[in-house]
Design a protein around this ligand. Structure first.
Ligand SMILES: NC(=O)c1ccc[n+]([C@@H]2O[C@H](COP(=O)([O-])OP(=O)(O)OC[C@H]3O[C@@H](n4cnc5c(N)ncnc54)[C@H](OP(=O)(O)O)[C@@H]3O)[C@@H](O)[C@H]2O)c1
Length: 267
């Protein structure tokens, strides 16, 4: 079991926009889709998947449990609602979306409920998202590192999150990079543009290839067929050690996502 290196993100996209994005991506060969309860697009994503006619075994579907559904008498029911919307019997990966605000629900309670969901066959793998080192340690204490497939975190050239990465690696927990393109910001970076020009690739391809070559899974989102297509082609791009080392120098702790009242004390 592992987390596929490349997939499609769906944050902010709803209705016909997300239906079109997912349909186009599946048509282009994407087989991995990342959604979340809070995106309020699970039913649209489910509709696009059903219309594609692609068999369930070929797909890898991830969703994330919202913080309001963490209590042990709520988590599994909420996951069942997600499955219904997504028109499937199981998820490939279910994540805790953010840590519980002010620790309202203890880590061991929601991780225990998530592990129970896995035992019931509602999800093949489980994991966390936006977890700091301390929270990862608590999650490991609750269910064991072997039961945590990934920690999905904001990670891009401007926020390389090395502490979390090193600890996750030491525990055999895969890192999934979200906002790998820094929502488009890093595409304007002169160094990334220069490497892209040299390789006759796009800045997005260079950034995605850098992340995958660093060992992270990526889930870029796009509403445009051309971008979806060229992003997928990043899986065939290899960067030199020198280019990897140059991109490593771009780290500047530039975090884009830190919702008030929900974000933990970052490392
Ligand atoms: N766990 C969490 O808390 C969390 C938080 C944030 C995101 N996520 C997940 O991570 C996914 C990715 O993050 P994101 O969607 O916020 O940001 P992103 O993938 O870094 O960037 C998406 C933006 O980049 C543009 N883009 C994509 N490909 C491009 C290309 N080849 N050239 C130029 N522009 C391009 C898209 O515009 P166009 O539509 O115009 O192409 C869109 O505006 C999300 O969709 C979601 O599934 C998870």
């Amino acid at each position: 079991m592992s987390v596929p290196a490349f997939g499609l993100g769906t944050f902010r996209l709803q209705g016909q926009v997300v239906i079109d994005s997912v349909s186009t991506a599946l048509d282009l060969g994407y087989r991995v889709i990342d959604t979340a309860q809070i995106y309020e697009n699970e039913a649209d994503v489910g509709q696009a998947i059903a219309a594609s006619g692609i068999s369930r075994e070929e797909l890898f579907i991830t969703s994330k449990i919202w913080v309001a559904n963490f209590a042990k008498d709520r988590l599994i029911d909420s996951l069942k609602e997600s499955l219904q919307k997504l028109q499937t019997d199981y998820l490939d990966l279910t994540l805790i979306h953010w840590p519980s605000p002010e620790n309202q629900v203890p880590v061991e309670e929601f991780m225990g409920a998530l592990l129970e969901a896995k035992r019931l066959g509602l999800t093949r793998q489980i994991g966390v998202s936006n977890f700091t080192l301390d929270l990862m340690k608590q999650a490991i204490a609750a269910v064991g590192a072997e039961n945590i497939a990934t920690n999905q975190i904001e990670l891009h050239p401007y926020l390389q999150n090395r502490k979390v990465d090193e600890f996750a690696r030491s525990q055999g927990i895969h890192i999934t990079s979200y906002m790998t393109l820094a929502y488009g910001e890093v595409l304007k970076d002169p160094l990334i543009q220069q490497i892209a020009e040299h390789l006759q690739a796009t800045p997005a391809q260079v950034t995605l290839a850098w992340a995958m070559q660093s060992g992270y899974a990526v889930i870029p989102s796009s509403t445009k067929r051309a971008n979806l297509q060229s992003n997928l082609a990043a899986t065939a791009l290899t960067l030199s050690d020198a280019d990897m080392a140059l991109i490593a120098t771009l780290d500047r702790g530039h975090r884009l996502t830190s919702p008030k009242g929900i974000a933990p004390d970052w490392d």
